[in-house]
Ligand binder design. Structure first.
Ligand code: SF4
Length: 417
C-alpha cells in the first residue's frame, strides 16, 4: 500500500499529487507511513489546512520534494475524533513568513490510497460515546436552558453553558444531555505550568479556553454532582476539566462535596483528572470516596517530565506517592499519557513507562494526542533518539504490561466498595 500526498490550494480545495508519496512526521524526522499506521479517515474527523506550512512528499527517487504547481500547495491534516490515537504528524515546510506558532490542535498526517483518504491514526477506544454526531445537536440549547432555569444562581451551570456552547466541550454538554462523563470545574489555580496547557497561555501560545474565574460553593458543586450521578446514563462526574487548574488543590472543599454527593447518590463514578502533584489533596479526596483518578503525564523520565510540566513544589516522586495513596483507598488509576509521535515512542521513553507501570499501581493507560506546535516542543524537549512508532509503543505495552487496560478515556468504574 503506497499512500500519496494530499494538499490544499489557496482556495482551500483538497487535491492529491499522484507523483509524490505521502510523508508523515515522527519527532523531527519525515517518514513514509507503514500501512499499519494508517486507517481510513474516521467518522467525525475534520480535515484542515496546517497554517503556513507547505506540503511535501517523496518523489520516485526517494527524495523529499515540495508539492509544486502553478499555485501554492499547503499541508493538510485531520483533527481526529476521540478514541483515535495519532501515529504521525503532518510533514511540511514552514513558509517564509511562517514564524507564527501553530494553534494547540492535534494535527494528524493524512494520505490518499485507492480513491480514499487515510489518516495516520489507530483506533484505541470505542467511539460511540465521543462520536461528534452525538454532540452539538439542535436540542442542546433547550436542554441547557432547562438547567439554567432550574438553577439560575448556580455558577457552575453558567460556566458549563459557556463551555458547551463556545468551546463545544463534550463533558460540559454531557451534563446537559444527562449522560456519560460530565465535567464539574471548581479550581482556577494550578501547581504546574505545562507547555501545552489548554486553559492558560504558556510559551506565548494562546490557550483555546479561558480558565475558570471563580471558586464555587459546596452547594453549587453538590447540586451538579447529584443531578448527574442520580439521573444520568452510565454517569461519571469528573473534577479537573480543560477550563480549570488542578482540582486536588481544592481538596478540602471537594472532599466535603464527594461525601455529600455520595450520601445523596449511590451510583455512578466520581473521577478526578489531575497532575497528582498535591499528594495531601489526593489523599483527602480518595479518603472521602473518590472512585477513579486520571493523572496527566508527558514522560516518566524526570528531566523530560520537568521540562514539559514545569511542576511547582512537587516532582515525579510526589506523583508516584499520590498513586500509592489513591490505590490504598481502592481508587481506579489511569495515566493520561500525553502522546506525541517521535517522542512517546522513543525506546528510552517506553522503557521508563514500563518501569513506571511495573513499580506503581496503574490500572490503565489512556492515549491523549498532545496538541502542541512540534517546533515549540522541540525547543524545550530534546529528542535524542528516533521514534520506534506508536504502533510499536502500543504493542510493547500489550505484551510487556498485559495487566494494563489500554484506551482513550475513563471507564465508568462505579462506586468503589
Ligand atoms: S496541570 Fe492542567 S491546568 Fe495545570 S498547567 Fe498543566 S494542563 Fe494546565
Amino acid at each position: 500500500m503506497i499512500f500519496y500526498t494530499l494538499y490544499a490550494n489557496d482556495r482551500g480545495e483538497l487535491l492529491d499529487d499522484p507523483y509524490l508519496q505521502m510523508l508523515g512526521g515522527s519527532g523531527d524526522k519525515w517518514v513514509a507511513p507503514d500501512p499499519e499506521e494508517m486507517t481510513p479517515l474516521p467518522e467525525g474527523a475534520s480535515l484542515v489546512t496546517v497554517p503556513r506550512q507547505r506540503a511535501v512528499g517523496l518523489d520516485g527517487y526517494g527524495s523529499p520534494k515540495l508539492v509544486s504547481g502553478d499555485e501554492a500547495a499547503w499541508a493538510v491534516a485531520a483533527l481526529l475524533p476521540q478514541g483515535f490515537t495519532r501515529t504521525l504528524i503532518p510533514a511540511g515546510v514552514r513558509a517564509e513568513n511562517g514564524n507564527g506558532k501553530l494553534p494547540l490542535l492535534g494535527y494528524a498526517a493524512i494520505g490518499f490510497y485507492d480513491g480514499q483518504i487515510y489518516a495516520a491514526a489507530l483506533q484505541t477506544d470505542e467511539h460511540r460515546k465521543w462520536h461528534p454526531d452525538n454532540f452539538n445537536t439542535d436540542d442542546l440549547p433547550l436542554k441547557i436552558k432547562k438547567f439554567r432555569t432550574k438553577y439560575p444562581r448556580n455558577r457552575i451551570y453558567a460556566q458549563l453553558e459557556q463551555c458547551a456552547a463556545e468551546y463545544s466541550c463534550f463533558t460540559a454538554q454531557n451534563i446537559f444531555y444527562r449522560r456519560w462523563e460530565g465535567g464539574i470545574p471548581t479550581e482556577n489555580a494550578c501547581n504546574a505550568c505545562c507547555l501545552g496547557c489548554i486553559s492558560e497561555d504558556h510559551m506565548g501560545i494562546l490557550s483555546p479556553q479561558v480558565r475558570l474565574s471563580f471558586h464555587p460553593e459546596l452547594e453549587e458543586i453538590c447540586a451538579v454532582g447529584v443531578e448527574h450521578l442520580a439521573k444520568a446514563e452510565d454517569a461519571i462526574i469528573s473534577f479537573g476539566q480543560g477550563c480549570e487548574g488542578d482540582p486536588a488543590l481544592n481538596a478540602e472543599l471537594l472532599a466535603a462535596a464527594i461525601r455529600k454527593i455520595r450520601a445523596a447518590a449511590g451510583t455512578g463514578t466520581i473521577n478526578m483528572n489531575t497532575n497528582a502533584g498535591y499528594a495531601e489533596g489526593v489523599k483527602k479526596m480518595c479518603a472521602a470516596g473518590l472512585d477513579s483518578m486520571r493523572v496527566s503525564i508527558f514522560s516518566c523520565l524526570s528531566h523530560n517530565y520537568n521540562k514539559y510540566h514545569n511542576p511547582r513544589g512537587y516532582d515525579l516522586q510526589t506523583v508516584t506517592d499520590s498513586l500509592k495513596l489513591a490505590k490504598e483507598h481502592g481508587c481506579f488509576i489511569a495515566l493520561n499519557l500525553l502522546t506525541f509521535p517521535g517522542f512517546t515512542d522513543m525506546e528510552s521513553e517506553i522503557e521508563a513507562l514500563l518501569a513506571f507501570v511495573s513499580k506503581n499501581p496503574v490500572d490503565m493507560i489512556q492515549f491523549r494526542n498532545l496538541n502542541i506546535d512540534p517546533l515549540q516542543l522541540w525547543q524545550q524537549i530534546d529528542i535524542s533518539e528516533e521514534g520506534t512508532g506508536i504502533v510499536n509503543l502500543i504493542r510493547v505495552l500489550e505484551t510487556e504490561a498485559p495487566h494494563l487496560r489500554l484506551g482513550s478515556y475513563t471507564p465508568p468504574v462505579g462506586k468503589k466498595i
